[in-house]
Design a protein around this ligand. Structure first.
Ligand code: IPE
Ligand code: IPE
Ligand code: MG
Length: 252
C-alpha cells in the first residue's frame, strides 16, 4: 500500500513522481471536440490523438508504470458513421505498422483486449503480429482495448465458464476474474478519463471496482506528460481503503 505526500506539481521536476501506480488505464476521449474547436475534421483529432498516445506510452515507460490499458474503440463505437469506423480501424493498422519496432525496442509488450470478430481480417492479422512480436518484452504491458466492452467481456466470461461445465459452487470472484481478458494482471490502480465526461462508458467495469478515478477536462490530444504526472500526483493524495478504516490501512 503506497500512501505518500504529493510532490509539488507547480514545479516541472525532471524526476519521475515518487509513487507510481502499477497499472494505469486511460479512456482517451475528446479527439472529435479537439478538432472541432480548431475547425478541423474529426479525422485530424484522431490523428493527433494517436501522436499523443506515443508520447504517453513513452512517459509511462519513463515513469516506471508496469501496465497501461488504453481504450481505443468500444463495442458501442460501431454506432458511429461507417466512414469514421473505417478510419479508426485503419488508424490502428497504420499505428502498428509504423510504431511496432520502436515499441518493441522500448520493451513494450502489446496485448489486445476485446473481441476480434467483425474487425477487418487485415487488422486482425496486424494485431496478432504485434502481440506475437512483442510477447517476450516486460518493461511495459500495453493492453489495447479495441472492440472492447466491459459488459461484453463479462458475457464472454460467463459463456466460457458454462461451456467448460464449471459447477456453480466453484464460481467465485477469483474464478470470474481469471476469465477476464486481464485475468493474469492486477486491477487498474488509476483510471483516467480525458475530455470532461464523467462516465465510464463500459470500460473495465469489473476490474475498476476499486480503482481510483481521475477526470480532466483536457481533450486527449492535449493530455501530455505533465498532465499525466498531475494525475499520478493526485493519485498519491488519495487514501485507498478497500472497505477498511484509515487506522487499519496505516497499520497494515
Ligand atoms: C475518443 O475521441 C476516440 C474514440 C472514441 C475512438 P472521440 O472521437 O470520442 O471524441 P469526442 O468525444 O467526439 O470529442
Ligand atoms: C469511450 O469514448 C470509448 C473510447 C475512448 C474508445 P466515447 O466517446 O465513445 O464515449 P461516450 O459515447 O461519450 O460515452
Ligand atoms: Mg467521445
Amino acid at each position: 500500500m503506497m500512501i505518500g505526500t504529493a510532490p509539488d506539481v507547480t514545479e516541472a521536476a525532471p524526476t519521475p513522481p515518487q509513487y507510481v501506480p502499477k497499472h494505469i488505464a486511460i479512456i482517451m476521449d475528446g479527439n472529435g471536440r479537439w478538432a472541432k474547436a480548431r475547425g478541423l475534421p474529426r479525422a485530424e483529432g484522431h490523428r493527433q490523438g494517436t501522436e499523443n498516445l506515443r508520447r504517453i506510452i513513452r512517459a509511462c515507460v519513463e515513469f516506471g508504470v508496469e501496465i497501461l490499458t488504453i481504450y481505443a474503440f468500444s463495442t458501442e463505437n460501431w454506432k458511429r458513421p461507417p466512414l469514421e469506423v473505417r478510419l479508426l480501424m485503419s488508424i490502428l493498422e497504420t499505428v502498428i505498422q509504423r510504431e511496432l519496432r520502436e515499441l518493441n525496442d522500448n520493451g513494450v509488450q502489446i496485448r489486445h483486449i476485446g473481441r476480434l470478430d467483425h474487425v477487418p481480417a487485415r487488422l486482425q492479422k496486424e494485431i496478432a503480429r504485434a502481440c506475437e512480436f512483442t510477447r517476450n518484452n516486460n518493461r511495459l504491458i500495453l493492453n489495447v482495448a479495441f472492440n472492447y466492452g466491459g459488459r461484453d467481456e463479462i458475457v464472454h466470461a460467463v459463456r466460457r465458464i458454462i461451456a467448460e461445465g464449471i459447477p456453480a459452487e466453484q464460481v467465485s470472484e477469483d474464478l470470474i476474474n481469471s476469465y477476464m481478458y486481464t485475468g493474469d494482471l492486477p486491477d487498474p490502480d488509476l483510471i483516467i478519463r480525458t475530455s470532461g465526461e464523467l462516465r465510464v462508458s463500459n470500460f473495465l467495469i469489473w476490474q475498476g471496482a476499486y480503482s481510483e478515478y481521475y477526470f480532466t477536462p483536457t481533450y486527449w490530444p492535449d493530455f501530455d506528460k505533465d498532465q499525466l504526472r498531475k494525475a499520478i500526483d493526485e493519485y498519491n493524495r488519495r487514501t485507498r481503503r478497500f472497505g477498511m478504516t484509515d487506522e487499519q490501512m496505516q497499520s497494515g
